[in-house]
Design a protein around this ligand. Structure first.
Ligand SMILES: [Zn+2]
Length: 55
C-alpha cells in the first residue's frame, strides 16, 4: 500500500475577496478562535489584505 510520508509543504487557496491564487506554507497559517470550541485557520491575502479562511 502506498503511504504519504510527508505532504507537500505548500498549499494553494483562492482568495474569496479578490480572486488571487495564494500559495502558503503551514507557518503562514494563523489559528483564530471563532467560538467556544471553534477555531479557524486563516492567512492574510497580500493582494487585498483581507483575511482568507483555510479549511
Ligand atoms: Zn485577496
Amino acid at each position: 500500500m502506498v503511504k504519504v510520508i510527508r505532504y507537500g509543504q505548500k498549499r494553494r487557496i483562492l482568495c474569496q475577496t479578490c480572486g488571487a491564487l495564494l500559495e502558503f506554507k503551514e507557518d503562514d497559517l494563523k489559528t483564530v478562535q471563532t467560538g467556544m470550541n471553534e477555531y479557524e485557520q486563516q492567512i492574510m491575502c497580500p493582494a487585498c489584505n483581507e483575511t482568507v479562511k483555510v479549511n
